[in-house]
Design a protein around this ligand. Sequence first.
Ligand SMILES: Nc1nc2c([nH]c(=O)n2[C@H]2C[C@H](O)[C@@H](COP(=O)(O)OP(=O)(O)OP(=O)(O)O)O2)c(=O)[nH]1
Length: 145
Amino acid sequence: MSEHAPRKHTEVAVGILLKSNGEMLLTSRPEGKPYAGYWEFPGGKLEAGETVEQALRRELQEELGITIGTASVWKVTEHDYPHALVRLHWCKVFEWQGEFEMREGQSMSWEPWPPQVKPILPGAVPVLEWFAEERGEPFDPATIG
Ligand SMILES: Nc1nc2c([nH]c(=O)n2[C@H]2C[C@H](O)[C@@H](COP(=O)(O)OP(=O)(O)OP(=O)(O)O)O2)c(=O)[nH]1
């Protein structure tokens, strides 16, 4: 690729699973992936021909063993990592079925606000800023990650 060729975006579907008590699901990135051990919202890359919702449903089935209800895109962000330029399609998810199974050897944690696990993947930080805004609270990214 030429030095000046624009980088192609990698499209990623990400689920923000929310319990009625306000807790959100974070999962750790498995060994072998970039940023292994960092905490993130579960999801993954779109495959050819998939919508965001289809990709999210497939990824959460594959990685966590659950079947999600409807999911629609809430916000879209981009993050430029050394390994990829990603476009993240964030979906809030309120309904799912099945028992959680960590099929990729990752960990999961239902986190209160503000989340306590560290470090958090840089591309996931905007979500925490939106939650802080929704709550009308100041948010200091230095306190996480
Ligand atoms: N799942 C997820 N990915 C995120 C978040 N924030 C963020 O920047 N990303 C980035 C990291 C990765 O570059 C990309 C997701 O790709 P991935 O490698 O985890 O997806 P995948 O499961 O489809 O991976 P694989 O099939 O290639 O192993 O999006 C987040 O909160 N959740």
